[in-house]
Every structure is written in structure tokens, then in C-alpha cells.
Ligand binder design. Structure first.
Ligand code: WTA
Length: 648
């Protein structure tokens, strides 16, 4: 084909993938699901998906902007994810096939194993003073002990916050302090692409600024030599030994299950609060219908437990449904680029859920790696985290799914807790690049600036007009920010921060963030967080950050930096600043480019014009420059940007 790339994309978007009748006939979701009445749907799912210690008496209460669900119900998330499966005689079923990064390291954990390990850790935590309501931090890699730690907390009713293992000491301590965590669970080191990541050492650094943490439980993973602080640090294997009964704490439906911090539009991350019942029902229900899981399915969500995708669709949703999952510790290209496909083949993975950025990496490496393995066990593919470009969608469909697997492109957020816009396999005709329809009971729409609904003609802002069970219950201790961020744009309507359009078939197309949040490899990073990390460096006078499109990572970070004393930039300074950002936030936030400039484009009132910087970053014609105090500044930046592009 000789069509231009833009035209090819349009041609791909025009493709239609109707459901296969064989898949449709056996699917968990049947077309009537869209006709079910909202309250009936969530009431019966609430009864079916979850075991209650005491039944709920009221489905929900909606006092905007706060919702409460399954009122009066008592339950325990760990009991639902672990114990009840063992009690029902399914203790021998595999909960996780775990594969370590070093080749040959494998471990299968049954639900009975999981129960034993969770009880041991929960007993240890109890001895360290953890009770219902005690906040616990978790800073780990992809080891089975990460879900075990989450479940042990849930068992005791201790809310957890998991901090992604790629975050820096500063990011970790900020989160531990905000939640006032009393215990931290971590590991000596993690494996990553054949080298070790020093989690315990980073944790030690973080703990210097997190005095609320009394004790640290350290898992020995790599066996690397790590310092232990007497009186504070204990080894997991020394303390998690007691098999004595450790009952699951009966929790109120609305008791806090966890906080997960995510980037907002300021430098301070937001603590997204998820409570017990609505969250669990929401993730279990969506997991059941969207991934079409059967009792004997092998399911692999290749995310990290440090993100919401890991919480909802590696731990709580699948385990609540008693599903066998795969947990992989390392990177997709270690020791070679076919690692994922060897895992699919080894465990007979049926359902694979990953992010567009990963798909694009595989695409770049070439389909020969997938061809080395038998992927015929796959029957469903999922995508999450950012808009999937049609090229990647079609590649995934053809080279991973062998042309036979439905793809579910699932839109949701840390805040929404569960998937909200998605195809239902067996029902929905999919289109490459479209997340298609709201999940049953979800009322999504696209609004213009004034709150009018936008039809197929144009784009606008994605909003949600009715509460859903797994929705956030606010931002931890930040009521005003909660209202301001999500509920101030339109009355009693949730503003998601995403641009979207709806086509003639009522299918949704997500268009990316409309706020100062960037999406790099599916990770949310705020421009302001990176700016504050840059100005934290002693030589930086001012910094502004914008994103540009990137073929692999979706977006890439471009920073504009003015050095103190009118100094010029240098390659050394560029590297130093990139590393400084990695140290302050984590390597995921490293700018791809830094443009040194004597001045930043500002309005006459001194506001940095980020819009223009985005234009420069994208190499586009500049928008309106008439409000600039000094129009020459941006011309100068353009010239510098053109000569200083230094991609990784
Ligand atoms: C983006 C990840 C397009 C979106 C579960 C959202 C998507 C942000 C999709 C949330 C999708 C997620 N299509 N965009 N299928 N899924 N996003 O909180 O911008 O890490 O607001 O949750 O990712 O990212 P978060």
C-alpha cells in the first residue's frame, strides 16, 4: 500500500470487527445485559459476586459529590479473594502462576497457599501493632508477596497504599507521610532486566523523611546485602511464621480499603480513596463480563501491582472471581524479546490484558518473536492506559490474537476504580482505536465547554452523570481539591479530564488528557510535578514542561529550562537534570528532551504559556502569540528546540 500514514490510519479506523457467533454463544455477557435496569443490575451483581458477612440493606446513596454503596453490608475483601474459595473446596486451584525474571524461577501458588501466606503475614503484622484502620505502605516489585501483602492488610482491615517500585525515595516518603503509614512492607531488591533495583535502600532513604513508619517488613528476594535497622526492620521470613487462625475483620461496606496516589495537576499527588464493597463488586463484575473469565480460564494482566490496573485486575477483581492468574516479575525483553510469548505458551494464557505502549514495543521489535511460540490458547485481548492507535490495535489483533481474539479497549482511571467504557466481547462490534460503549449502567457523555452534550460532529470533555460502585470516595483529606478537580466544571457531573468524541454509532473515541497530566507509557505524570523536580535543582531558575507525541511511549516529556545567571545549557547539564528528575520522582518521569532557553514565553501578567510550548514540542505552527510579553522568546525557543533534540 502506498497510502500516506494518515490515510492508512483512517482506513484502519474504518475497519469493523463484529463478534464471532461461537464466541457470542458462550460469552458471559449476553445482549440483554444492556437492557438491565441500573439498580437491579448492581443489586444482583452485588449479591452474586461477593460473599457478605451481613447483607446490605440499601443499594446506594448519592449526595453529590459523594456516593456510598451497599449500605449496611459487612464483608472482608481478603475473605472474598482467598478464604471463601478454599472453603468451597477450591484450595488446590492455582491462584497465581508466578514467573520470576531470572530464567527458570517459577512458583505456583494455589488458593490454599495464598491463604496460608496471607495468614502468616497478617499474624506478623498484628504483632507489629497493625489493627483495623492502621495505614500500611507497600513498596515492592512483582513478586507474589506483593498481592499477599495487600491481602494481609485487607484481612486485618488495615488500609494500604502501594507505591510503584519505580518511584524514588522522595515519592515514596511523600506518600507514606501523607497517609501517615505506620508500617512499610518492602523487599531487599527487585529484578529488572537482569539487574537489581535497590528497593530497601531507597526505602531507607525515604524513611528518613517518614517518621510515622515504626516498622519495616523486608522480604528477601534477591538475597542482596541490605542494611537492616535494629528495632525497626524485620525480615519477612523471621516474622511471618505463625499459622494460627487469623480471622478476617468484618468491614463496613464503606470502610477504606486502600489509597492509591496518582498525579494531579499540581506537584502534590492525590490520594484516591477506595472503599470496600462497591469497589469489590465493581471490579469483580467488570472482570467477569469484560474478560469473559470462566472457572478454568488462565488470565494474565501484565500491569504492575503498583498501578490501579494491578489493584483492580491483578489482585481484587480476578481473585474475587477465583480466577487463575499469571504474575510476571520482569521486563518483556529479558533475556529476549519473546519472553511474554513464552509465558503465554507455558501457562496456556487465554486472556491477555496490557497497555498500548507495550504493544507498540512488541510491534517495533517485530512479529517474529510472537511467531516463535504457540499462542493458540489466547481467546481474548485487552488494552488499557492510553488511547490505542489503530496500527497497534490491528497488529495486536493479527500477530498476537491470530485474527481470532476479540479486543477489549478499556477506558477507566485510578479514580473510577473499575472499567467504565469498553466493548463487551461477543456483543460489541469493535473498531480499532475506539473504546466503544459505556459498561451497563454507566452514564457517560461528551460535553462542550458550556455543558451541552456534543453529538457525532465534534469533540469535547468526557463526563459521567451517574455514580458507579467502584468510584473514588474522595481525595484523602482534600475535600476542596476533590470538588475542584472533578465536580466544579459541571453541576453534579464527574469531569474525567479526558477529551472524547462519540461517532454515529454512539461509540466513544478517547482523545487524551485535557489537563496538565501527561501519559507516558501509560503512566500518569503531571507537568507541574516534573517542573518542580527541575526547579529543585540548584542551577535551574525556571522550567516549563509539555508533552509531545511519541511513537512508542504515546507521549514524551519535553522540558524548557532557564538556568540561573543566564548560563547556557550543555550536554552534561542536560544529563544531570534528567537524572535529577529521576531521583526526585522516578525514571519514568525523565524528560526525553530538554531545551535550554534564556527565557520562557510568558503573558504580560507573567503566566507561562504552556500552549505554545506544546506547539513547539509537537513541532506545530504556533497558535496565537499576541498575548506574549515578548514574542521573540518563542521564536528563539523554536530554533533551540530544532537544534537540541536529544531523544533517548
Ligand atoms: C488514560 C489507568 C484512552 C486516560 C487505568 C485516563 C485511556 C488515564 C484508556 C487514567 C483507554 C486509560 N483509552 N485513554 N482505553 N485507559 N486511559 O489513572 O487519559 O493510570 O484519564 O488509570 O489514562 O490513568 P490511570
Amino acid at each position: 500500500m502506498s497510502a500516506s500514514p494518515a490515510i492508512e490510519t483512517i482506513l484502519l479506523e474504518e475497519r469493523r470487527y463484529p463478534p464471532h457467533p461461537d464466541f457470542a454463544a458462550q460469552a458471559n455477557a449476553q445482549p440483554e445485559i444492556y437492557e438491565r435496569e441500573f439498580e437491579e443490575f448492581w443489586e444482583s451483581e452485588g449479591r452474586e459476586r461477593v460473599t457478605w458477612f451481613e447483607p446490605f440493606t440499601k443499594l446506594y446513596e448519592w449526595e453529590p459529590p459523594y456516593a456510598r454503596w451497599y449500605l449496611g453490608g459487612k464483608l472482608n475483601a481478603c475473605f472474598n479473594c482467598v478464604d471463601r474459595h478454599v472453603e468451597a473446596g477450591r484450595g488446590d486451584k492455582v491462584a497465581y502462576h508466578w514467573e520470576g525474571e531470572p530464567e527458570g524461577e517459577r512458583r505456583d501458588l494455589t488458593f490454599a497457599d495464598l491463604q496460608r501466606e496471607v495468614v502468616r503475614l497478617a499474624n506478623a503484622l498484628k504483632r507489629l501493632g497493625v489493627r483495623k484502620g492502621t495505614p500500611v505502605g507497600i513498596y515492592m516489585g512483582m513478586v507474589p508477596e506483593a498481592p499477599i501483602a495487600m491481602l494481609a492488610c485487607a484481612r486485618l482491615g488495615a488500609p494500604h497504599t502501594v507505591v510503584f517500585g519505580g518511584f524514588s525515595a522522595d515519592s515514596l516518603s511523600g506518600r507514606l507521610q501523607d497517609m501517615e503509614c505506620e508500617v512499610l512492607i518492602t523487599q531487599d531488591e527487585a529484578w529488572r532486566r537482569g539487574t537489581t533495583v535497590p528497593l530497601k535502600r531507597t526505602a531507607d532513604e525515604a524513611l528518613a523523611d517518614a517518621p510515622s513508619v515504626r516498622n519495616v517488613v523486608v522480604l528477601r528476594r534477591t538475597g542482596g546485602d541490605v542494611p537492616m535497622t535494629g528495632g525497626r526492620d524485620v525480615w519477612w521470613h523471621d516474622v511471618a511464621t505463625e499459622d494460627a487462625d487469623c480471622p478476617c475483620e468484618p468491614m463496613d461496606a464503606e470502610d477504606l480499603l486502600y489509597l492509591l496516589y496518582t498525579s494531579g495537576t499540581t506537584a502534590k499527588p492525590k490520594g484516591i480513596a477506595h472503599t470496600t464493597a462497591g469497589y469489590l463488586v465493581g471490579v469483580a463484575t467488570t472482570h467477569h463480563y469484560i474478560f469473559d473469565v470462566k472457572p478454568d480460564s488462565v488470565y494474565w494482566c501484565a500491569a504492575d501491582v503498583g498501578w490501579v490496573t494491578g489493584h483492580s485486575y491483578i489482585v481484587y477483581g480476578p481473585l474475587c472471581n477465583g480466577t487463575t492468574g499469571v504474575l510476571y516479575e520482569g521486563t518483556p525483553d529479558f533475556p529476549d524479546k519473546d519472553r511474554w510469548w513464552s509465558i503465554v505458551e507455558r501457562y496456556g494464557v487465554e486472556i491477555l490484558y496490557t497497555a498500548p505502549t507495550a504493544i507498540r514495543s512488541h510491534m517495533k521489535w517485530g512479529h517474529e518473536y510472537a511467531e516463535r511460540h504457540d499462542l493458540s490458547s489466547l481467546r481474548l485481548l485487552g488494552s488499557v492506559g492510553e488511547p490505542i492507535n489503530p496500527e497497534a490495535w490491528v497488529w495486536y489483533h493479527e500477530h498476537v490474537g491470530g485474527g481470532r481474539c476479540p479486543i477489549v479497549d478499556t477506558w477507566w482511571q485510578t479514580e473510577t476504580g473499575m472499567i467504565l467504557i469498553t466493548p463487551l466481547p461477543g456483543i460489541t462490534t469493535t473498531k480499532p482505536g475506539s473504546a466503544t460503549k459505556p459498561f451497563p449502567g454507566v452514564d457517560a457523555a461528551v460535553y462542550d465547554e458550556d455543558g451541552n452534550e456534543v453529538g457525532p460532529a465534534g469533540g469535547g470533555y468526557l463526563v459521567l452523570r451517574r455514580p458507579w460502585p467502584a468510584m473514588l470516595r474522595g481525595l484523602y483529606r482534600e475535600h476542596d481539591r476533590y470538588v475542584e478537580t472533578y465536580w466544579s466544571r459541571y453541576p453534579d457531573t464527574y469531569f474525567a479530564g479526558d477529551g472524547a468524541r462519540i461517532d454515529e454509532d454512539d461509540d466513544f473515541w478517547l482523545l487524551g488528557r485535557v489537563d496538565d497530566v501527561m501519559n507516558v507509557s501509560g503512566h500518569r505524570i503531571s507537568t507541574i510535578e516534573v517542573e518542580s523536580a527541575l526547579v529543585d535543582h540548584g542551577d535551574v531558575a525556571e522550567a516549563a514542561v509539555a508533552a509531545r507525541a511519541d511513537v512508542t511511549t504515546g507521549q514524551a516529556i519535553v522540558a524548557y529550562v532557564t538556568l540561573k545567571g543566564g548560563r547556557d545549557g550543555s550536554v552534561e547539564m542536560l544529563e544531570e537534570l534528567r537524572n535529577h528528575v529521576a531521583r526526585k520522582i522516578g525514571p519514568i518521569a525523565k524528560p526525553a528532551n530538554i531545551v535550554f532557553t534564556p527565557e520562557l514565553p510568558k503573558t504580560r501578567s507573567g503566566k507561562i504559556m504552556r500552549r505554545l510550548l506544546r506547539d513547539v514540542a509537537e513541532n506545530r505552527a504556533l497558535g496565537d502569540t499576541t498575548t506574549l510579553a515578548d514574542p521573540m522568546v518563542v521564536e528563539e525557543i523554536k530554533t533551540r528546540a530544532a537544534t537540541e533534540r536529544t531523544d533517548d
